[in-house]
Design a protein around this ligand. Structure first.
Ligand SMILES: [Zn+2]
Length: 239
């Protein structure tokens, strides 16, 4: 895939996530693994997800050096580079300051499978990175975050935001969307009273496979991109 195609994917992904309400002014970012192994493609700092354009995208090496593009990289690039170093199975990563995720994490209660959206993150509970709520700006903190995510699809960062990962950009963005939605749904339920009913662990396992196959994740992501930028997703991924 060409550099121009990678840049188009980065633009489409940020605009798609922003359209779901996860933009925080100029903060939060998505990274896509460079197919040639040079590093990760991501948003340059100082721009919002909504106003991302192709000249505001950078390729950052795994050592944090900007290789392509004229902008500065985000301080929190180690979130993406270290997750991708630790997880060769993932092709894209998301970090956002999603509002419901931050509010939910502050309660210190388990995420329950009260909706389809929660199931990609359970087990017993969604993973959490609790070492710091400050910026994850060093490789060492990035490695620590990757350990918190483990082999899961994402984690909450109490006091800060969320991280989501995926085999490709469609999965990573959809995992961010679903985690934020799961937190919002549980907040809404808890505001009305104690939660008494949720899906069993056994059914969560089967729901993960049945409700969220790759075809559905990619179709839902394509829908988000169409909503955000008004073009076919094929136009954003063709070389
Ligand atoms: Zn952050």
């Amino acid at each position: 895939m060409s550099d121009d195609a990678m840049i188009a994917q980065v633009v489409g992904a940020h605009r798609a996530l922003a359209a779901t309400g996860q933009s925080d002014l100029i903060w939060g970012h998505i990274a896509i693994r460079d197919p040639h192994g040079r590093g990760v493609w991501s948003k340059a700092s100082g721009w919002g997800m909504e106003d991302l354009t192709s000249d505001r995208v950078v390729l950052v090496s795994f050592d944090g050096e900007v290789l392509v593009g004229t902008g500065k990289r985000h301080l929190e690039v180690p979130i993406h580079t270290e997750l991708m170093r630790q997880r060769p199975d993932i092709g894209a990563t998301v970090h956002s300051h999603a509002e419901a995720a931050v509010a939910f994490a502050s309660l210190g209660v388990p995420l329950r499978a009260i909706s389809h959206a929660a199931t990609p993150f359970l087990g017993d509970d969604v993973r959490r990175f609790t070492r710091t709520a400050n910026l994850i700006s060093t490789p060492e903190l990035g490695i620590s975050l990757a350990e918190a995510v483990g082999d899961e699809n994402g984690c909450l960062i109490p006091g800060h935001g969320l991280v989501a990962v995926g085999v490709d950009v469609a999965h990573a963005v959809m995992h961010a969307v679903l985690l934020e939605r799961a937190c919002a749904t549980q907040l809404r339920a808890m505001a009305s009273g104690p939660i008494r009913v949720w899906t069993s662990d056994a059914e969560v396992a089967s729901k993960r496979a049945e409700i969220w196959p790759a075809s559905s994740m990619r179709a839902a992501y394509a829908h988000l991109v169409r909503r955000a930028v008004g073009v076919r997703v094929d136009d954003l991924s063709s070389p």
